[in-house]
Ligand binder design. Structure first.
Ligand code: PLP
Length: 425
């Protein structure tokens, strides 16, 4: 099944919901990220409905898309937030997320980040090592409070995804091996500042099958049983994120299929469920729209040089990720097979290729292209490399749209630079 999204053509022109993309770019320029409110909400609701019987806490992963407007609209729909830094804690609170719906995972939480999270009263820390557990205990005691934590288990399962985004194999830096976790649970009562209330599993991203999740739950479940035998108060199982979406020809499980595969295991374990989806909710709710600067021919190849680059959307360069690219206007047929292009950005890096060898019809400068499936890990990974301004972001809701992030200005590029006159004249 193709997860529906709200980017579609009307008389040849690409629309987001009821708004023509061209109307937005005429006002805001390019490159620009454009998101559909409806797609975002519907994806969240699909997960809420599939797991309704467990009334799970669904914490959207802020690192997939941290725009305040998007966080706020998801929080209003009942989502919590999954954070990975003190910066994301700040954003979560700014977005109005109740602290009781914030979970915090990271292999390297600093004392400042832990303390700020304790001060805010977040729901749970997902703990990734013994020394981290001790640090949370020490800081919680200093505040005379009790921190709820879940141990993040590395279950050593093969997630069948890109090795950069597999996090549950034994050689990865994430999580605690089951043996160490059981040892920590045996000593759960020795740390009075923490309550080990759950187990956390996040085995990777863009996982299309239920099997790796099932295997991870089985291994996590074993830790839960052993921990409970030591009297550890394990109430929660956090399954992390990782649900795959369609970029090209993937056939990911639907939320219903996923729920059907894991619900029996969760019932057996008698746990409350937490999920941390990122990509599933926002991935195909957003596109990156870019304008063709030049068409260039070299050595028999044809390049569409566009005004968005790897600084705007890093996934193709970082992961070799595939994104569908389509003209936002009517597609015009090219003569004798000349309509194939490498879509490349202006950055001084050979890796700055958004798409290779795509049939895009006849293109010319000034035409616009939409890079689909760019909502997750798009704007959050944008940078100022090559002195480029990070793009604007726009949210569409029905017939209305609004800017949710202003395009940066050149002044932003030097805002934090200092020329120390005592060192440099
Ligand atoms: C990145 C991340 C997620 C979200 O992953 P998706 O694949 O985007 O769903 C969830 N939990 C943790 C701990 C993460 O690091």
């Amino acid at each position: 099944m193709r997860y529906p999204h709200d980017f579609h053509r009307v008389n040849g022109a690409l629309y987001c919901e009821q708004v023509p993309i061209a109307r937005i770019t005429a006002a805001v320029g390019t490159p620009v990220y454009i998101y559909s409110h409806r797609t975002l909400v519907e994806h969240l609701q699909k997960l809420q409905q599939a797991f309704a019987i467990l009334r799970p806490l669904i914490c959207f992963s802020v690192k997939a898309n941290g725009n305040l407007a998007i966080l706020r609209l998801l929080v209003q729909q009942g989502a919590g937030l999954d954070i990975v830094s003190g910066g994301e804690l700040y954003k979560a609170l700014q977005a109005g997320c109740p602290p009781s719906r914030i979970v915090f995972a990271s292999v390297g939480k600093s004392d400042e980040e832990i303390d700020a999270s304790l001060a805010a009263g977040i729901f749970c820390f997902n703990v990734e090592s013994e020394p981290e557990l001790e640090a949370i205990n020490r800081l919680a005691r200093r505040r005379k409070t009790l921190a709820r934590v879940a141990l993040r288990i590395n279950p050593d399962v093969e997630a069948h995804t890109h090795h950069y985004i597999a996090t549950g194999k034994k050689e990865s830096k994430f999580g605690i091996d089951p043996k160490t976790a059981v040892k920590m649970l045996r000593r759960h009562a020795q740390l009075p500042g923490v309550r080990i209330a759950g187990i956390h599993l996040h085995i990777g991203s863009q996982i299309t099958q239920a099997k790796p999740f099932v295997q991870a739950i089985q291994r996590g479940g074993e830790v839960i049983r052993q921990g409970r035998a030591f009297g550890a108060p394990l109430e929660y199982l956090n399954l992390g994120g990782g649900l795959g979406i369609i970029y090209k020809d993937e056939q990911p499980q639907t939320p219903q299929q996923f729920a059907k595969a894991v619900l029996p295991l969760l019932h057996q374990l008698q746990v409350r469920l937490i999920l941390e989806p990122g990509r599933f909710i926002v991935g195909n709710a957003g596109v990156l729209v870019t304008e063709v600067l030049y068409i260039k021919q070299a050595y028999g190849k044809q390049f569409a040089v566009v005004d968005a680059g790897m600084n705007d959307l890093l996934r193709p360069a970082l992961y070799g990720a595939y994104h569908e690219v389509i003209p936002t206007g009517r597609v015009t047929a090219a003569r004798n097979g000349q309509g194939r292009y490498d879509v490349v950005g202006p950055i001084c890096e050979s890796a700055d290729v958004l798409a290779r060898d795509r049939a895009l019809g006849r293109l010319g400068s000034g035409q616009q292209l939409a890079v689909l499936g760019a909502g997750a890990y798009g704007s959050t990974m944008a940078s100022n490399y090559n002195g480029r301004l990070r793009p604007a972001e726009v949210l569409v809701r029905g017939t209305r749209w609004a800017i949710i992030r202003r395009r940066e200005t050149v002044a932003d590029l030097v805002r934090h630079d200092v020329v120390p006159h005592q060192l440099i004249r």
